[in-house]
Design a protein around this ligand. Sequence first.
Ligand code: ADP
Ligand code: ADP
Length: 231
Amino acid sequence: MLKATDLVKVYHTEKIAVTALKGVTFHIAAGSFVAIMGPSGSGKSTLMNILGCLDTPTAGQYILDGLDVSHMEEQDLAKVRNLKIGFVFQTFNLLPRISCLRNVELPMIYAGIAEKERKEKAYNALEKVGLLKWAAHRPTEISGGQRQRVAIARALVNNPAIIMADEPTGNLDTRSGEEVMAIFQELHQQGATIVLVTHEPEIARHTQRILKFRDGLLREDEGVQEPVQAR
Ligand code: ADP
Ligand code: ADP
């Protein structure tokens, strides 16, 4: 599903060059549930930006769902991003003035999907995260854990190849964080491919595999990949 080979990322600032990734290689099979960990400055955000097709590597190769995106221009990269990736953010990034349903519909509005299909899929996604009865409410009317579940519904509504989550429990209390992880586990059991960044070992232990980074290098790869499942 996702193949990173010898990924290097160099940032050029005015005076110095910073090598944020120093040659990183790993594969993530379809249907995997993976956590990325590492101290601040270890290259996690840089890696997530590349894996999420928000940026390209300076050197090395990144193949996503059979597509070599290593050298793509921003326009094409944006297409791949919209087509293949569902994003979940630490701060939820929901629009506060529109309903949860409408928030979940947004990616499909951008994709030009007709209203009837949109509504159907949005309701389905909200059902998957257990929030059907909150569909008409605004994000401001529900708890933090519920907001993140709406954001997960939005991430999965276009049936992406990968769900990428950056510190998805970072703004949640323990119980809401556990609820969010339970949703991810359910999606994983249904065949979704999920990659998340977390600082918390308690959160990472809900996944199947932990990639630990330090100083721009992959230092540990814990856990065993399950056999490839259909999505
Ligand atoms: P993490 O997410 O693990 O904290 P980052 O990927 O943000 O790590 O950063 C890795 C290294 O790259 C750090 O030394 C950081 O200062 C540097 N870095 C990240 N982004 C930039 C940038 N846009 N310009 C210059 N240096 C950067
Ligand atoms: P949960 O995350 O399991 O829903 P909570 O303690 O967050 O548990 O919420 C308890 C109940 O109150 C739930 O039915 C939830 O939907 C509802 N609820 C939570 N926050 C709000 C809110 N700000 N306004 C209205 N109802 C809320």
